[in-house]
Design a protein around this ligand. Structure first.
Ligand code: PAF
Length: 278
């Protein structure tokens, strides 16, 4: 596995691989089985797999959140070697944001609700770094987890709007046996909180089920919100039924829908989403 840290090295490696397809898995490191499922999918569909490991400062609101974000670069590289990745790209912040940096990508409407409302500026940071990674690595495909469903929608919109020649592949959320979506942020959960955490998935799955059986959307969402609170979560940022592609409020039972939620549990802010079965 090539362990690269500069844009120049990545560009040279990409050129040396001319004619081979690259699948890129953008990550912020602290890898778990959800990331490894993305690597596995990239492996199946590409000649080479590149994984970026970069804790992107521009997508964090609070400096403390960025500083405490979990990191274990040695373990990440060992996991990627084992998973058969070909390239690991771990740039320093100054490599991605050199002094004088002032160009950002802003995907408008789809970035505004949900995570965008709770974390202003978050998707501007995500879209900017992902656009840069695409230009640096020139992948044919890029894999993103459905766990960050709005992120996936933002990136699909950006790629379509800017004619970026990368196929975006959304990969189903990987869950623990009790339903909790895998996330690097689960590391913040204390044991007692960890046992409460699957209630988020159960509550939104219940709402999706009720809506798919013709139940009232607002009532199903309100019931899910209550279940999350009753399970011992703190602030519930949102529980919403949205159109699966545009993320506009769900208009009717005939549209493809998704329930998305975010809530605080101890030090961890958990997000999750599920499809409304049709
Ligand atoms: O999903 C993530 O880990 C990050 O938001 C991403 C896509 C790597 C951009 O920093």
């Amino acid at each position: 596995m090539y362990e690269l840290t500069t844009v120049d090295e990545v560009r040279r490696r990409r050129r040396a691989d001319e004619g081979a397809t690259w699948g890129l898995v953008p990550t912020m490191g602290f890898l778990h089985d959800g990331h490894l499922a993305l690597v596995e999918r990239a492996r199946r569909e590409n000649d080479r797999v590149a994984v970026s490991l970069f804790v992107n400062p521009t997508q964090f609101g609070q400096p403390e959140d960025l500083e405490r974000y979990p990191r274990d670069p040695e373990r990440d590289l060992a996991l990627l070697r084992e998973a058969g990745a070909d390239v690991a790209f771990s740039p320093a912040p100054e490599e991605i944001y050199p002094s004088g940096f002032q160009t950002y990508v802003n995907v408008e409407e789809v970035s505004l609700p949900l995570e965008g409302a709770s974390r202003p500026g978050h998707f501007r940071g995500v879209a900017t770094v992902v656009a840069k990674l695409f230009l640096q690595c020139m992948p044919d495909f890029a894999m993103f987890g459905e766990k960050d469903y709005q992120q996936l929608a933002v990136i699909r919109r950006m790629v379509a709007d800017l004619n970026i020649p990368v196929d975006i592949i959304g990969v189903a959320t990987v869950r623990e046996a009790d339903g909790l979506a895998m996330s690097s942020r689960n590391a913040y959960l204390m044991p007692e909180e960890r046992s409460k955490a699957p209630a988020l998935f159960k509550a939104i799955s219940g709402a999706a089920d009720a809506i798919s059986k013709g139940g009232d959307v607002a009532a199903a969402v309100a019931a899910a919100r209550e279940k999350i609170r009753d399970a011992g979560f703190g602030k519930v940022d949102y529980v919403e039924a949205r159109h699966a592609e545009t993320l506009a409020p769900l208009g009717s039972h005939d549209e493809p829908g998704r329930i998305l939620a975010a809530a605080q549990l101890g030090r961890a802010r958990l997000i999750d989403n599920v499809a409304i079965p049709r």
